[in-house]
Design a protein around this ligand. Structure first.
Ligand code: EPU
Length: 417
């Protein structure tokens, strides 16, 4: 199993290009199931989760090729089997994003129920409830969701909580439904907007994406389109936090500051000097690194996917910070690993109390999920001496060539096989 070995204490400096967003690419690839025509998706990041999704779609009968501009072309002329099996769903929960499109296109789908997850229970009851409101019958057989429907019917759906993939699944299903669907309490994440823009390019009629009420008027059919995936705001935030943590000076290209304001505000509170343009962010850390509290919540608040990285930054900040996780009940797996590096962190319910220490020291640590791993990479960059991160396959799910990009910024980081 691959490991990352980091010799920490190096100030990050230089420029790096941000990749396409994993959490926008995954639903957009699934949108290809909604039409017989080719959908070409550009700026698809090269990640393990993307490969898993392409394998899953390929098994369903989607023809996949790469065009001369490196766009991934997906053609779902015929869907051979509307099935997402447990073997794939258990490695990637986002496989559940095939449920809505399959049901809308084929009138049936068998999608394995994702089980629990390292970061929390993560049920999919809101996806099911919404599709049922649109006329689907859904039963659970042998661990799979078996969904059936004639043509789905437009409905008013109010989700009990804000769910990103739930909103995306229901929005995709509604594009081909008979009549108007409104999704209330919808997720406002930029990735939902990116998916909506792709669907609109395919002929869907969608209003309100990016607000908490999305209105979708179903159409008979969707057509092919070409869509460029938005930049990854979490990759962006991770590199910014790494730059701040190492007192660095880093410019990120091909990104979007407008969708990262909560994170930029927090980094400024920590003492970072940040300048932005339409598609770049420049962070420079000159003076003191100050502790700053953060509370995760749905967009536009501070993202749960940045919590571990922000905590790592705070381990060596001046003062004490309170980091509260409100989205997932078990997303603190990185804490004990950061403590192994010398961090001073205690819990009070869903809040971690982080007392800044003068420095961290390298150790062997274990990655447990994607963003926890990113937090440990930051820990390793901060720590004096050598940090070895085991189980980096978690990191490969969501960060494109992370060690290469960090090396370019001067980090001493190697992958050991
Ligand atoms: N929830 C339910 N019922 C549902 C759906 C969600 O109770 O039917 C709960 C979840 O258990 C959680 C909360 O609602 O407590 C929010 O979960 P959400 O559904 O929004 O999460 P998700 O759609 O499964 C996406 C991202 C995650 C990101 C979360 C929150 C994708 C593919 N995944 O997950 O990304 O953390 O939104 O922003 O878009 C990651 O990239 O590392 C990652 C985990």
């Amino acid at each position: 199993m691959d490991k990352l070995v980091i010799e920490g204490g190096v100030r990050l400096e230089g420029e790096v290009a941000i990749s396409g967003a994993k959490n926008a690419a995954l639903p957009i690839l699934c949108a290809s199931l909604l039409t017989r025509d080719p959908l070409t998706v550009e700026n698809v990041p090269h990640l393990r989760d993307v490969t898993t999704m392409l394998n899953l779609l390929g098994q369903m009968g989607v023809a996949i090729s790469v065009d001369e501009k490196l766009g991934v072309e997906l053609k779902s002329a015929e869907i051979r089997q509307a099935v997402a099996p447990y073997e794939l769903v258990k490695t990637m929960r986002a496989s559940v994003l095939t449920l809505g499109p399959l049901l809308a296109r084929c009138g049936e789908a068998r999608v394995s129920l994702p089980g629990g997850c390292a970061i929390g229970l993560r049920p999919v009851d809101q996806h099911i409830k919404g599709l049922q409101a649109m006329g689907a019958t859904i039963s659970i057989e042998q661990g799979d969701m078996i969904a059936r429907a004639g043509r789905l019917k437009g409905a008013r759906i109010c989700t009990d909580l804000v769910t990103v993939t739930g909103t995306e699944n229901l929005m995709m299903a509604a594009t081909l439904a008979d009549g108007v669907t409104t999704i209330e309490n919808a997720a406002r994440e930029p990735e939902v907007v990116d998916l909506a823009n792709c669907l609109i390019a395919m002929g869907a009629r969608i209003d309100g994406a990016g607000t908490d009420v999305i209105r979708i008027e179903g159409v008979e059919r969707l057509h092919g389109a070409r869509h460029r995936v938005m930049p990854d705001r979490i990759e962006t935030g991770t590199f910014l936090a790494a730059a701040a943590a190492t007192r660095g000076d880093v410019r990120l290209e091909h990104t979007r500051p407008d969708i990262l304001e909560s994170v930029l505000d927090k980094l400024r509170e920590c003492g970072a000097h940040i300048e932005t343009g339409a598609d770049w962010i420049h962070l420079k850390m000159n003076g003191h690194l100050n502790a700053a509290n953060a509370r995760t919540a749905p967009y536009p608040a501070f993202p749960t996917d940045m919590q571990a990285q922000f905590m790592a930054l705070n381990t060596v900040a001046a003062g004490t910070s309170l980091i509260t996780e409100t989205i997932f009940e078990n997303r603190f797996m990185h804490v004990q690993e950061l403590v192994r590096l010398g961090a001073d962190i205690e819990f009070e319910g869903n809040t971690a109390v982080v007392k800044g220490v003068p420095h961290l020291e390298g150790a062997i640590v274990m990655a447990t999920d994607l963003r926890a791993s990113a937090g440990l990479v930051l820990g390793g960059l901060i720590a004096q001496g050598r940090t070895t991160i085991e189980r980096v396959y978690h990191l490969d799910r969501g960060y494109e060539r992370i060690e290469e990009k960090l090396s370019r910024l001067g980090a001493k980081i190697d992958r050991v096989r």
